[in-house]
Design a protein around this ligand. Structure first.
Ligand code: PXP
Length: 245
């Protein structure tokens, strides 16, 4: 039986990382989001971090006005972010853990440990008309807690699968992801996945029938830099040559 389609959500955070490396105005994640949509992205995802290291409040506001596909805001379970989300109203909000100083999101949100706080956040998001999703580890206890907290979707953390050091370890993580996806779907949740996925490792995850959405960022932005390099250099060479003509 053919599988139902799996949406690609493109995370444009690292376009903003490149901009912030020089505190410049380019490259603009807003432009990147439009181009990603032209390329077939079915969702745009951004993480407005508490330290604003890449995506800014301005980016989020403009993206809300310009993105034509659903906009998914990844956010910490913090009052400041809840206030911003309920004002800006992304289509989906994905609750993620955030640790100051971390290079990237390190694990799923521990819903079991913070159930009451997560439940309250989910309820505020849902009341504002935002589809509530929670980023969790591939762990049945977290799925059960996400259901109790009122989530409508879980995004399963694919980071441990992506960073596995051996084929055996990778297969074990894949089996966990697939079982978690099955349980989450059985519990009535929509199922997404993401973190660390790239052009080499995406296929086994994308072929998991219950996973309806994948959010991918770093690998796509990294590839865009490389596949666009030749043209970018040629354009600068031509410009310099024209100045000497
Ligand atoms: N999903 C979630 C919840 C994330 O926090 C991230 C990273 O911001 C991603 C997906 C995308 O991960 P990557 O940039 O490794 O593709």
């Amino acid at each position: 039986m053919p599988l139902t389609p799996c949406r690609l959500g493109v995370n444009v955070d690292h376009v903003a990382t490149l901009r912030q490396a020089r505190r410049a105005v380019y490259p603009d994640p807003v432009t990147a989001a439009s181009l990603a949509e032209l390329g077939g992205a079915e969702q745009i995802t951004v993480h407005l971090r508490l330290d604003r290291r890449h995506i800014s409040d301005r980016d989020l506001q403009i993206l809300r006005q310009t993105v034509q596909t659903p906009l998914n805001l990844e956010m910490a379970v913090e009052e400041e972010m809840l206030r911003i989300a309920t004002e800006v109203r992304p289509d989906t909000a994905t609750l993620v853990p955030e640790r100051p100083g971390e290079v990237t999101t390190e694990g799923g949100l521990d819903v079991v440990a913070a159930e009451a706080r997560v439940r309250e956040a989910v309820s505020r998001l849902a009341e504002a008309g935002i589809f509530p999703s929670i980023f969790i580890d591939a762990d049945p206890a977290q799925i059960e807690a996400a259901v109790r907290a009122g989530a409508r979707q879980v995004e399963i953390h694919t980071g441990p699968y992506s960073s596995a050091r051996s084929e055996e370890e990778r297969q074990a993580h894949l089996a966990r992801i697939r079982e978690a996806a099955r349980l989450a779907r059985q519990a009535g949740l929509r199922v997404a996945g993401g973190h660390g996925l790239n052009y080499v490792n995406v296929i086994p995850v994308a072929s998991t029938p219950e996973i309806e959405e994948l959010n991918i960022g770093h690998a796509i932005v990294a590839r865009a830099v490389l596949v666009g390099m030749e043209r970018a250099v040629r354009e600068m060479v031509d410009l310099i040559a024209r100045a000497r003509a």
